[in-house]
Design a protein around this ligand. Structure first.
Ligand SMILES: [Zn+2]
Ligand SMILES: [Zn+2]
Length: 296
């Protein structure tokens, strides 16, 4: 029996969220752009949920929330590794990494491990992650790292922890520093525009990581996984590449078409990546054998 987190989401409203933004910390700092300018940019790109998460610094940005966009509390815990502590109203940097994760959970928040392949390959390694407990997920995609050293893509690290039986959610965030970083990567979450609804949807893995494509369906029919994605604007571009990936990152099937399907062969988990011709990516969370994946 497989668990499919998208099973009952055929009528879902997908909220657009970025959890990683630097803003309002003054000249020559990572967050040199003002919150007025940055929140306006995210409004323009139709984001519903935004966290301004500066390095080891908490500030409330709640007064920038309006009918369209809800600001979510957050801090980027920054030591030799980085992680987003979302939903907390304090800087937890004085604590060691594991204690900061535990404290974030006690405060009702959740943790996203940041850009594992920056500044070098597996800087935040699968081995380090497997020694930690209580985190929600990792940045499978981080936009700013693609113009820095290292890579913004960490699907290899994600597959390593999934293969070890850890139910780790894959996120996509901008890590906004400069204007060109804004509105590029996002999470699509089947939730209301408030923190509690959003957090529950993430726990349920009712979330996709995206750089432009949206989920249409991801369903199991008997033993076959059927998947379709689309660009958000109606266009004749409806042929995408679908890649089915299993444990240890093994590519199970690659198909190009308006939809795709794969008959399961008893894999412990299978996840799907979708690519459009403009380079846009969609990452679905995995389906998995009941009991194989558990939250770390
Ligand atoms: Zn960082
Ligand atoms: Zn950052």
């Amino acid at each position: 029996m497989y668990i499919n987190p998208y099973e009952n989401l055929s009528d879902a409203v997908w909220r657009k969220a970025n959890f990683h933004t630097h803003s309002g910390t003054g000249p020559r700092s990572c967050g040199f752009r003002s919150p007025e300018v940055v929140v306006d940019l995210y409004r323009e790109y139709n984001y519903d949920l935004l966290s301004i998460s500066n390095h080891n610094l908490y500030r409330s940005f709640e007064n920038y929330s309006d009918d369209q966009i809800t600001l979510i509390d957050g801090v980027e815990y920054t030591s030799d590794i980085h992680m987003l502590t979302i939903g907390v109203q304090e800087n937890l940097r004085p604590l060691p990494v594991q204690e900061a994760i535990t404290r974030t959970n006690e405060l009702g928040g959740f943790v996203i491990l940041c850009h594992p392949n920056w500044p070098d390959k597996a800087h935040f390694s699968p081995e380090m992650m497997l020694n930690l407990t209580g985190y929600m997920g990792l940045e499978a995609l981080n936009a700013v790292c693609f113009r820095l050293s290292g890579s913004g893509r960490a699907t290899d690290v994600w597959d390593a922890v999934l293969s070890a039986g850890k139910l780790v959610t894959g996120f996509a965030n901008d890590d906004f520093h400069a204007m060109a970083d804004g509105g590029r990567f996002f999470n699509l979450i089947a939730c209301e525009k408030n923190y509690e609804s959003m957090k529950q949807a993430i726990i349920d893995n009712a979330i996709c990581a995206s750089t432009g494509l949206y989920p249409i369906y991801h369903r199991l029919e008997d033993n076959t996984l059927k998947v379709k994605a689309a660009l958000p604007i109606k266009t004749y571009l409806d042929n995408y590449e679908y890649v089915f990936i299993g444990p240890n990152g093994q590519i199970l099937s690659k198909q190009t078409g308006v939809e795709a399907s794969y008959e399961l062969q008893g894999e412990d988990y299978v996840r799907v990546e979708v690519y459009a011709e403009g380079g846009q990516i969609l990452l679905f969370q995995p389906i998995y054998k009941e009991g194989f994946l558990v939250r770390p």
